[in-house]
Design a protein around this ligand. Sequence first.
Ligand code: RB5
Length: 177
Amino acid sequence: MKPERLAAIGADHAAYHMKEELKPFLKELGYPCLDFGTHSADAVDYPDIVFSVAKAVVTGQASCGIVLCGTGIGSAIVANKVPGARASLCHDTFSAKYARAHNDANVLAMGARVIGMGLAREIVREWLAGKFEGGRHSRRVGKIERLEEQLFTPEARVGSTLPPGAKDNEPQESQGG
Ligand code: RB5
């Protein structure tokens, strides 16, 4: 599996069905998935799942992450706590394009109670196709990275340690189903 085109994906119960529908679509786009759950519509806590997805991205286990919940808001908040993760909450294709072009976002968050599957697919397509423009945006993203250096200990920046009480999830490799 080429790590440069491998998506980590995770959802809570509110977005379980969206995750399942996005997996074959991601495969079509050339992005097989590491699926960090949840694996049913039973209620779960989104921080547990989103943390594992963001960690997979910042440690290089996956090239990008997609996190889904009811609104996408909780998922974006959690992912952005993980040093090195730049999560973008996108419910339109314009934001999806510029999240990549200007912010070099490496995690996409969406809310399954906010948008339908058709728009979700288009957002994913646009986001994955987006290319970081660099230039002045590199300077700005660099300032985000320097903030992380100032605010987090080296151990936390690795992104591989678990905060107290957090649980880690093992991914399932998805063949598109
Ligand atoms: C779950 O009810 C809901 O709160 C969650 O999916 C998400 O919307 C949180 O931000």
